[in-house]
Design a protein around this ligand. Structure first.
Ligand code: MSP
Length: 572
């Protein structure tokens, strides 16, 4: 059931004035999980992330640290690349806005908007928040006592000649497009979750002013950022330039900036989904669609703004210094839990670290996808890890693998004994459609929960059919046949569950497939090598990719060893 329409998903491009933290990793993991589901569903997928480099605060931090802006951007962009590698994020492109391919194309869009008079020169007076690099309306500035709503620092009253984008002209069209999005009509875009859409609609009702899209070149200009086409006295405001990255990455067929290896990416526009947190929804749900309208380009399908991660119940902030940094996530990945250490000793092998998948699991299943904030707390991390992974899929796969090894010498048994459709098989029926439905709503939680539900169904089935009791009478042909089919059903259902758990746990599921000699990947050693077939075929019970009687299964070491909340990863 391969879907013809390509799927493209983007994350915000992150500021390079600082190192990555859990927030950046969270959004990017969400997009990665969506991209992996899309690939699993057989869609031609494009996943874009990157860094936003031309902000004034990058210049400021660079100077403070004794670097040029480019050097500082290089250092931090590399940190993001490294962090995303650590998180097992498999993006298709990492766009840096200081790259020529971006600058050239972004400039051409601004020029087109100037030519169509959607961008014009005017006077601007207003309240500027230097820490966020944005102007605030008089109402918002007053509400916060003329201090930044984010950092609490004083706002600056700025007055300057500025270029403006004629946002006001698009008010009605934006309304209409959001309406169409709700109805699922062509030409519309959906703002999700609903609470966020309502906020946008509420703000739209207050009317739209034109927005400044440039900043004057100052005397101490660091030559950083794109100049307004035809006017060397102004630079394109960083936000406007940054939004353009979604297009510059796919508009790659025009010289001189085409990268040969990329191939023609025009099929990846419009983006299926732009994901971000609620802090930057307005730019994505209003300003960007209006810019696209002005450029005559199709609108994205979904603008999804999730809520925030907080740390141990407290909002993360620079002043509190409680950001969960990438190092902390890395410490979890490198954590060798006590149980694993003991087991490894017993088996005379090296103990294995936990790996990044449990961190991905926590972020993806406990994160703020939806309208409510979510907490990252150590105790909860261990609780979720034990319940879902060690006692969940890990234990279930071990149980099944162990029994097949013990009773059938590690060979997948024959299922011919049962005539009726078993419970696990019933549960597997129609799951591809369920996943598709959840995926269309960007309900990645549901897609993953279907895998969890399957694992639970297998556990329930084992408790009900008691294969360990059947094994006591294995010499009786009828009982042996029953045991065979029970274990076949368990193994086949675990295999199907593992497909649905793969987008969140790509490394661990690839490990399971290697043990079970049933990898659906082109290269079993590379979790990013793509699937041999779409989910509808891979997940077909008894189909081409199913477990075959007689096939070897190695039980392997347990996928996830239980952890204790009293233990903490070293270095934390
Ligand atoms: N550069 C702009 C975005 C331009 S997009 C055209 C920017 N960058 S940022 O580095 O500040 O990243 C903001 C994004 O990081 C949020 O929208 C969200 O995706 C992620 N997060 C930052 N903190 C977060 C949390 N505490 N929780 C969840 N995600 C958060 O804004």
């Amino acid at each position: 059931m391969a879907h013809k329409k390509p799927y493209s998903i983007t994350t915000p491009i992150y500021y390079v004035n600082d190192r990555p933290h859990i927030g950046h990793c969270y959004t990017t993991v969400v997009a990665d999980v969506a991209a992996r589901f899309a690939r699993l569903l057989g869609r031609d997928t494009f996943f874009l992330t990157g860094t936003d480099e031309h902000a004034e605060k990058v210049v400021k931090t660079a100077i403070e640290r004794g670097h040029t802006p480019q050097e500082w951007a290089d250092i931090n962009a590399a940190e993001f690349v490294k962090a995303f590698k650590l998180m097992s994020i498999d993006y298709d492109d990492f766009m840096r806005t200081s790259e020529d391919r971006h600058k050239g194309r972004a400039s051409s869009y601004i020029k087109a908007l100037m030519d169509s008079r959607d961008i014009y020169l005017g006077d601007y007076k207003g309240w500027y928040d230097p820490s966020q690099e944005e102007y605030l309306t008089e109402t918002v500035a007053k509400e916060h006592d003329y201090t930044s709503p984010v950092t609490g620092k004083p706002l600056e009253e700025r007055s300057e000649k500025n270029y403006f984008f004629r946002l006001s002209k698009y008010e009605d069209r934006l309304h209409a497009a959001i309406d169409k999005g709700v109805k699922g009509e062509p030409g519309g875009y959906r703002i999700l979750p609903d609470a966020r859409k309502n906020e946008v609609l509420g703000r739209l009702k207050q009317g739209l002013n034109d927005v400044p899209v440039s900043r004057a070149v100052k005397e101490d200009d660091a030559d950083w950022g794109i100049l307004m086409p035809g006017d060397p006295t102004h630079r394109v405001y960083v936000w406007i330039e940054a939004l353009c990255n979604y297009l510059t990455a796919v508009d790659n067929t025009t010289e001189p900036n085409t990268t040969e290896t990329e191939g023609d990416r025009s099929k990846y526009w419009p983006a299926s989904v732009h994901v971000m947190a609620k802090d930057i929804l307005w730019f994505h749900a209003v300003i960007w669609p209006a810019m696209l309208m002005a450029l005559g380009r199709p609108l994205p399908g979904v603008v999804y703004a999730h809520a925030y991660f907080v740390a141990e119940g407290v909002k993360m902030s620079k002043s509190l210094g409680n950001f969960i940094e990438i190092d902390q996530l890395e410490a979890y990945a490198n954590w060798v839990v006590e149980a694993e250490r003991k087991q490894a000793d017993k088996e005379g092998r090296e103990p294995r670290p936990m790996g990044i998948d449990p961190v991905r699991w926590y972020l993806a299943t406990q994160g703020p996808l939806g309208a409510n904030d979510a907490d990252f707390a150590h105790t909860k991390f261990v609780e979720v890890y034990n319940a879902d992974l060690a006692n969940g899929i890990g234990n279930c796969a071990s149980r099944v693998g162990n029994m097949i090894e013990k009773y059938f010498g590690g060979e997948v048994p024959d299922y011919s004994g049962t005539e009726q459709v078993s419970t696990p098989q019933k549960v597997c029926t129609g799951i591809t459609n369920d996943v598709l439905e959840g995926f269309e709503r960007f309900d990645l939680g549901i897609c993953t929960q279907i895998g969890v539900m399957l694992v639970n169904a297998v556990d329930g089935y084992i408790n009900e059919t008691r294969p360990f009791s059947l094994a006591k009478q294995i010499d009786d042909t009828r009982v042996r046949e029953e045991l065979s089919s029970v274990l076949y059903n368990c193994a086949e259902a675990v295999r199907i569950a593992s497909l649905l758990l793969y987008p969140v746990l790509p490394n661990k599921m690839a490990e399971l497939w290697r043990h079970w000699h049933c990898s659906p990947l082109h290269d079993p050693d590379d979790p990013n090598s793509g699937f041999k077939a779409p989910l509808a075929e891979l997940a077909q019970w008894g189909g081409e990719y199913s477990l075959k009687p007689g096939q070897k299964i190695d039980k392997g070491a347990a996928l996830f060893m239980r952890a204790s909340a009293e233990e903490t990863p070293p270095g934390m």
